[in-house]
Design a protein around this ligand. Sequence first.
Ligand code: GAL
Length: 880
Amino acid sequence: MANTSLIRYRAYALLIVSLLLSVLPQYATARAVREPREDASNALASATRERIDLNPDWRFSRFTTNPDSLSYNTLKNWILPSANNFISGTKHERPSGTPPGNDVQYVKADFDDSAWEALNLPHDWAVKGPFNAPGISGGMGRLPSNGVGWYRKKVTLAKEDLEKTIYLDIDGAMSYSAVWLNGNLVGGWPYGYNSFRLDLTPYAKEGANQLAIRLDNAVDSSRWYPGAGIYRNVWLVKVNPVHVRQYGTYVTTPKVSAQSATVNLAVEVDNTGNASQQINVATEIHLADAATGRPTGQAVATFPAKSISIAKGATQSVNDSVAINNPQLWGPAPTQKPNLYVAVTTISIGNITVDTYETRFGVRSVTYDANKGLLVNGEPVYVQGTCNHHDLGSLGAAFNTRAAERQLQILGEMGTNALRTSHNPPAPEFLELADRLGFMVYDEIFDVWNTQKTKNDFHLIFADWHEPDLRSFIRRDRNHPSVIAWGIGNEIPEQSSAAGGATGKQLRDIVRSEDTRPVTAALNSASGTSVLAGVLDIEGLNYQGEGQGTSNSSAFPGFHSAQPNKMIWSSESSSAISTRGTYIFPVTSSNSATVGTGSGGNSTASQVSAYELYATSWGSSPDKVFTGQDRYDYVAGEFVWTGFDYIGEPTPYDSSRSSYFGIVDMAGFKKDRFYLYQSRWRADLPMAHILPHWTWPDRVGQVTPVHVFSSGDEAELFVNGKSAGRKKKAEYTYRFRWDDVKYEAGELHVVTYKAGKEWATDTKKTVGAAANLKITADRTDIAGDGYDLSFITVAVVDANGDVVPQAGNNVTFSITGPGKIVSTDNGNPADFTVFPSPSRKAFSGLVLSIVRADAGASGDIVVSAASPGLPNASITLHAG
Ligand code: GAL
């Protein structure tokens, strides 16, 4: 009993923490607290920053044909000035006269939007389906992401707010945002993955303010599912005219040892008021509370207050340096701890505090060594990374902190220590999670430069937007200790040409003017002697290192000799493909094969064998990648394509809805491959994993190879108690395989050994018919905040409680209490049941339902699962 309540208390504490983190701004605190005023005339100097969650209560409508005759081209001259803080050359001037769209009915306060859909952000308009949207390719996920979307919301401002500067911060909106306030075009931002800020002050008024946001998504705009809509958080920020500017603090730690760390801090202050001001800028550094990220304890270092004068309309910087003694370092889990600090900057005028701004950062040193690989705080850390797309499976692109945290926790369990944000800026909270959980991040911004991959992708606006996109991305993300490299491009079509080299240099120089961390790009065809390779700080090789497809010819030696002082990693590896729980015979005797009919593929069922030996024509099995990595020990590690399956890019079966690349399927269920990576990446964890399942009534007497993934170095397999042989892992082999086993019902049992001692075992049994539903939740205590989620798994089990491996029973979820079933999934890339459907077939025995507690919910939520012919199962969640 005591244990149970302790667990519940812990879970509750964790929920509070994740709730707090989900609402914490990236750098600044949400402070709605008002300082007392001196008198009415000094109102400007009286309030500290407020950051208000603007997600609730929007109205939305999507149009498949243009409803307003607007387009990026007609709006462009009014949108471009939104980039002005992020361009080094001539600023864009806002045209005079009435902007286009000010007369469109949707921007007007009196437009009746009561028939539009009522919703809360983050919102992805496409994810609810239906699939097979006209004009949307398999690559883009077949969901209706195209069209024009209008969002409207009324924002109430008080009289005293009008004396403040009021910003709208949009963490991400897909795409070509244009924003109106009270019928006036304010500005916008085309790239759907970047965060941006607009100044609403000139258009704000007392009382109700009508906000209207137009988004515009073309077909053929992406190689994967882009999502659609305002899919990340939106904030209203109210500050004193004298305030820390957007992304206005920059912390670096140029010298780090166990005894001392030098912390450099630059603070940029804006004065948007109409009088010059004499201000004081002071900063204290505190340790961050591990759970909340908020400052804790006494200050560990203090930057002395500086008094500066700041003219009206000007920006001023304060730069200083202090030492932290015996710093608690940030480092990747599990060998190091992700300790964080918070710099609390206070701006005051006289004795009135006008702004308080928190910057979370970490103290760490990273060395990028051409021969030793990556060293973090002096310790060699092999990069065990995964590439990740931005969507969150059946939730679509709509960002959710808990869903992202769950993905990272599952990857962490596998031994992942690094994440690549392929191929675009992530949600800000993603980096907060990486900082807190101790993952290193390869933060990437572009998939194309000037040459298109799809007709309507970013190449259309690269010339105008690469600089502001790149600068704002780096300024947003550069205080995160998790970020260890900036990715300027993925498989850029012009990577090998002189022109591509020149663009790469331009981008690298922009990065260097914003931060000191290395610049990299993912090269799939350029060589070590290409101009671009010379421009980069880290050589990123996509597939070339292990040899593309069936080739064993490695590009590592060529890069290593052409760029002898540069670290090399596999920016993208493997592109192995499989479907969870699906095994197709015969099984290749090779350690890697290209998928096809008769070679791991079933084009009728659109499934790929989970023997985990099959890959795309440019990819390789994990085993072959490991061989390449181990042959060339100067290589710093790899980023596997991909950690999780994602919507779109359903190679090799374009008719499907989602990818086959994931080590984990889209529902979050582990494929067999998970254990292959775990066996290598967590070599000290005793584990063994047998595949395939052992329920094959149609295969009696037929050859059914048995493979085992284990961190041990020797293994003996028993088939119904009889040894099938004890094997040693040979050099450059990463699995144990018994390829001649003939199927007979019963039991497989493996005993693995390490250095001669028994290490780990696993068993697979032939199971009986479906008899029950087994329902479990990843968390039964969730916050009633309208965001937090419980991931509920139903397994179809036999009378002994063992999962029936090929069960496809239809399961219908229902709910009582203050929560909603948001979506369901089963990880089957060929399942076209819409994501919000409460009914879905199990796939390979499992089905998932994602439940969200309502905002303000407290009490029990009961989730039930029903399936014809089986008893119902239910589980109780506690919200509050
Ligand atoms: C790579 C590309 C990725 C993804 C992958 C699939 O070439 O960089 O974005 O498309 O192929 O194998």
